[in-house]
Design a protein around this ligand. Structure first.
Ligand SMILES: *[C@@H]1O[C@H](CO)[C@@H](O)[C@H](O)[C@H]1NC(C)=O
Ligand SMILES: *[C@@H]1O[C@H](CO)[C@@H](O)[C@H](O)[C@H]1NC(C)=O
Ligand SMILES: *[C@@H]1O[C@H](CO)[C@@H](O)[C@H](O)[C@H]1NC(C)=O
Ligand SMILES: *[C@@H]1O[C@H](CO)[C@@H](O)[C@H](O)[C@H]1NC(C)=O
Ligand SMILES: *[C@@H]1O[C@H](CO)[C@@H](O)[C@H](O)[C@H]1NC(C)=O
Length: 384
């Protein structure tokens, strides 16, 4: 065997050992199942600050156990036996090894405990995002969220902070299952100007994340967990997988929730005065969502509402909208027209599924000539 075969391999190993960054998946003790040095204490907080392996904490931070009660209410532990609860202004943090300039997404589960408004400030300074836990998207009492950020250096720290100041200091959100994923921005396919139009690249999803991952608004923060896309509204959209939902193409898609309050958009590069087709899959997620399902699709100054009509055993249909670009960048966007809930559970939000979004220039001078012919014809009709 020639030596030359080994050289690239060695080079690869060297490069690899230099850049040891966090692997995709759960953070160290990201599920809070590693026992503290003095063991889990059955009735929550003992004396003094609680030690959580791999995490730093400040303020009233408590490890809660599945089945644990508070004021007659059983605390929600999203996964496994343990989770963490953050009291007033309390926080937990963990150091992260990152790659400067790269985009990452952090996925986590969060639940409210008391009925008050609760919100979490999740930050990887200088990036930060506040997650409003007031809206529950599913009846089980907790949801999975993902937020995106760009690494400003190779050393980062992720901080979860409860910004609340409740009368009852033990009220506060419960968090569990914190994972990270380094995102890449897929190349645009030839002809199609939409980036990540098939939604295959997105946040970390636990294999058994049966209710998808909520993507909250990222308008003020330009980095989303969905490369190419912006969640523009004050409510979240749901990132779903083919293991638990009907997905038109590939393994991932977006389920639009909360009517006009859940908008995704992308600015695509266009040539002014050129004609384009916006083509996408529109369907149902297979989650017993109450019909009717319909979306509003925007392409520049064009807006069109499109109803999804289930045909036979199909789970989706292809929609097609023609527009003429007015500028070098055109906004395409989607929201659900209705505010849908599941037929089997009226408290869980659902909605139409959008996937495989493509914007293609209408090519060939023939079609353009035909277009002009149509305009001329309309003009003649108008005169008549
Ligand atoms: C803990 O939080 C308090 C109040 O938010 C702050 O003043 C203090 O510096 C923090 N301590 C550490 C060690 O971060
Ligand atoms: C996912 O499955 C694993 C193994 O099957 C299990 O240990 C874990 O608790 C599950 N997580 C959730 C969120 O259900
Ligand atoms: C969230 O935390 C970050 C970092 O500590 C801070 O800069 C930001 O102002 C906080 N945001 C809110 C809304 O409290
Ligand atoms: C729908 O699916 C069922 C069961 O898979 C099958 O028996 C039926 O022929 C299908 N109908 C159509 C129109 O494809
Ligand atoms: C979309 O409609 C245009 C005409 O308006 C047609 O040329 C094109 O083939 C259609 N594309 C798809 C995928 O249906």
């Amino acid at each position: 065997m020639g030596l030359s075969k080994w050289v690239p391999l060695c080079a690869l190993l060297v490069v690899h050992s230099v850049m040891v960054t966090a692997d995709d998946g759960l953070l160290r003790n990201g599920d809070f199942e590693t026992p503290p040095p003095n063991g889990f204490s059955a009735d929550g907080a003992g004396d003094g600050p609680v030690l959580i392996p791999e995490w730093k904490s400040n303020g009233t931070v408590e490890l809660v156990e599945s089945g644990q009660k508070q004021g007659g209410m059983i605390l929600i532990v999203p996964q496994g036996e343990h989770a963490v609860r953050l009291g007033n202004e309390a926080e937990i943090s963990q150091d992260l090894k990152l790659e400067k300039g790269s985009i990452y997404s952090i996925t986590f589960n969060a639940a409210r405990t008391c009925a008050q408004l609760e919100s979490l400030n999740v930050s990887v300074p200088p990036a930060s995002q506040t997650i409003d836990l007031q809206t529950l998207y599913s009846v089980r009492g907790w949801d999975t969220y993902a937020i995106g950020f760009q690494a400003e250096s190779d050393e980062g720290i992720v901080v979860f902070r409860n910004t609340g100041m409740e009368d009852d200091p033990t009220c506060g959100p419960i968090i569990d299952d914190i994972a990270i994923k380094k995102l890449f921005t897929p190349d645009k396919a030839e002809e199609n100007v939409v980036v990540n139009g098939d939604f295959e690249e997105g946040p970390w999803m636990f294999r058994n994340a049966s209710l998808g991952v909520l993507l909250p608004t990222n308008l003020d923060d330009e980095t989303s967990s969905l490369p190419g896309w912006i969640v523009e509204s004050n409510r979240a959209v749901r990132y779903i997988d083919s293991y638990h939902y009907s997905v038109p193409q590939g393994k991932r898609a977006i389920e639009l929730l909360s009517g006009k309050e859940g908008i995704i958009s992308q600015m695509v590069e266009t040539t002014p005065n050129k004609m384009y087709n916006l083509i996408f899959s529109l369907g149902h997620a297979g989650d017993s969502c109450q019909q009717p399902l319909a979306i509003m699709a925007f392409a520049g100054d064009q807006a069109q509402n499109i109803h999804y009509t289930p045909i036979a055993n199909g789970t989706f249909d292809t929609a097609n909208l023609t527009f003429t670009a007015k500028a070098e960048r055109t906004r395409i966007a989607f929201y659900s027209i209705y505010y849908n809930t599941r037929t089997d559970d009226k408290s869980s939000l659902c909605g139409p599924v959008v996937d495989d979004v493509r914007v293609w220039g209408v090519s060939g001078s023939k079609r353009i000539t035909l277009g002009w012919f149509a305009v001329a014809l309309m003009f003649v009709f108008a005169l008549l």
